[in-house]
Design a binder for this molecule. Structure first.
Ligand code: HGY
Ligand code: MN
Ligand code: MN
Length: 403
């Protein structure tokens, strides 16, 4: 399965993945998902928002146990973020069939669309739409860097953008959603565990800073005559790092767009995107407010116009304690190579499970990432740890859905 998925959307020079929502690579990933579902005799459904569901048993029976993740990537992302959860879900089903278990509840494996928000800027579009956390109007307003809107992109991929919307009946039929995901930090590497259980997801968001100055000639405009937005942007990036350090939080300016983006032209506009995260909402609010204040002070002094727009936001997620503890119980003991309880850990990375936790009981399993590197072609997990993840997921699914 892994070998068939690996080449899809992989960039030949960077080795990273460019599987953006509703592009050809996304379509190829969806075709791969369909083939895996059909090869296992599962009934494939694509819901109104384009999320894929591979069912074993009657989807309408209710109290379903659902597992899965996403297949889309960040620009030049790694092979594991998302795909490890989907491949492990199919592999765990294969393992359960080998064990000869009898399912007492419907089981579904999912591929949630556009989890990374790499193309349209909003994270978890597929699961947010399903959970009613993104309005149809707001979704229709999303547009990519080329100005292509989400409806245009969906239609071009053969999906009906007017069909999207909340799916409460579908979510009401889910008894538990468990997402396996490669860890995007080094906690399990430090504790020496192949598998972990999620406790919480930090609150996090994305804010777009638009710095507007005055375009001019780089070779003839005196420094004192300039209104250069790049300087104000640079001051803001440094302020973000300072404020995050002060607060023990995280702040990243990882994406920038410059107009006109000419080597010999003073920019008229610099757009910078801030990704900020913190263990609690107050800290996050404090950091973002401090960064915006610093940006406005610098802009004021330099005669630069500034607009700040919050483009994506996810409040803190505390995974449901009963399900979290049930996973701990199901994974107790030497079955997972260490003989001690599987560690429970928080994360700063967002996931579909985090979005769905507002609607259904959800839990997450993490697989050790020896370097902690993610959102990079260097992202890696050892095969033994991935197998331990499949075994753990199979144990969890057996405990939740089988006699
Ligand atoms: O940004 C995140 O935390 C996730 O990878 N979407
Ligand atoms: Mn990711
Ligand atoms: Mn992910």
């Amino acid at each position: 399965m892994w070998a068939e998925l690996a080449p899809i959307g992989r960039h030949r020079d960077s080795g990273g993945y460019r599987r953006y929502a509703w592009t050809g690579a996304d379509g190829d990933c969806r075709d791969w998902f369909r083939a895996q579902a059909e090869a296992r005799g599962l009934t494939l459904e694509t819901d109104r928002n384009g999320n894929q569901w591979a069912w074993l048993g009657d989807p309408l029976a209710g109290d379903a146990v659902v597992t899965g993740s996403h297949l889309d990537s960040v620009p030049d992302g790694g092979a594991f973020d998302g795909p490890l959860g989907v491949v492990s879900s199919f592999a765990a089903l294969d393992e359960l069939r080998r064990r000869g278990v009898e399912f007492t509840k419907p089981l579904a494996i999912t591929n949630f669309g556009d989890e990374e928000g790499a193309r349209f800027g909003l994270a978890c579009v597929g699961s947010r739409l399903a959970a009613g956390q993104l309005t149809v109007e707001a979704a229709h307003r999303l547009r990519d860097a080329e100005g292509v809107t989400l409806p245009q992109a969906m239609a071009a991929a053969g999906y009906d953008p007017d069909a999207i919307g909340p799916d409460p009946e579908r979510l009401a039929r889910i008894g538990a959603f468990v997402e396996l995901h490669v860890e995007q930090g080094r906690a399990l590497d430090l504790t020496g565990d192949p598998v972990g259980i999620a406790s919480a997801i930090w609150p996090h968001g994305r804010w777009r800073f638009d710095f507007r100055g005055e375009a001019n000639h780089a070779g003839t405009t005196r420094l004192t005559d300039r209104r250069d937005p790049m300087l104000t942007y640079a001051e803001t990036v440094l302020a973000a790092r300072r404020e995050a350090e002060l607060a023990g939080a995280l702040a990243t300016f990882g994406k920038i767009a410059v107009e006109p983006n000419g080597v010999n032209a003073i920019p008229s506009l610099v757009r910078g995107w801030l990704d900020s995260r913190a263990a609690d909402q107050d800290t996050l609010d404090t950091v973002v407010a401090a960064v915006e204040r610093a940006a406005r002070e610098h802009a004021e002094r330099a005669g630069i116009d500034l607009d700040v727009v919050r483009e994506s936001f996810t409040p803190v997620v505390e995974f449901q304690h009963a399900l979290r503890d049930e996973l701990s119980t199901l994974l107790k003991g030497a079955a997972h190579g260490t003989g001690r309880p599987v560690p429970v850990l928080g994360t700063g990375a967002g996931h579909d499970a985090g979005i769905l936790s507002a609607s259904v009981p959800t839990a997450m399993l993490f697989v050790r990432n020896p370097t902690g590197i993610s959102h990079s072609p260097a992202e890696h997990a050892a095969e033994d740890d991935c197998v331990a993840g499949v075994t753990a997921l199979a144990d969890v699914l057996e405990g939740l859905a089988c006699r």
